[in-house]
Design a protein around this ligand. Sequence first.
Ligand code: ZN
Length: 265
Amino acid sequence: MSASLALAAVLLSAAPLGAETPVPHPVRIVLDPGHGGAQEGALGPDGLFEKTLALDLARSLKAELERTGAEVLLTREQDVLLPLADRVGFANHAHPDLFVSLHANSMPTRKLRARVEGIQTFFLSASASGEDALRTASQENAGAGGAGGAPAQRDTLAFILADLQRGEAHADSARLAYALHRRLLASTGAMDLGVQQAPFYVLMGVEAPAVLVEVGFISHPGEGRRLGEASYRSRLVAALSEGIQAFLAEVVARDRAPAAASASR
Ligand SMILES: [Zn+2]
């Protein structure tokens, strides 16, 4: 275990200003394997489904992170159907330090499937970064139920979007997105499709830094095949694990700074 791993193994609780010693607690992480059960997600070569890939990555990442002392919970442990609202509810009940939803992307036409590949990392925004970000969000939001979700979900959505438009900062989600994305590219050599923002239902309402990673285009003949290989998957998992630890170490350092300053007065 490196020094940064040990540092990441504990986070400071929200101790009031001027408290003598902040209380450490184990890091808690919620991983969300996309889709499941009848919602198979995108389809790759040799019948590889996005739901299967996402669950496999989440299980491996859980094992990897648990070795650093973190407590890791999966929104689904098996190949089961799980509504998006339940994933959000599960995450908030767990009060995690961060939330990562795992997915693989796909293109609708043969021509685009042959051409488009690469990794994208998303954090929540009221407006999409572009056409492609919006397309991915609508694809992943399909599980919310109906075109725009149930009435209650639409109300929540409207409220959260309004909140975002009021300029609430999502700096930590953005920080987490960049921490993961950089390492994913370095570890895999995949095409860089950028850190993007879009209105993903599964990221809305999660009360923790939250990102959605599209680990690649499962529909691309080359990348789709790589996503089926164990060696490629372990590179993805290592990068995600390192990114999460780097993000947590950064948060610990930042949250310790004000306490140290007030103690020295
Ligand atoms: Zn998906």
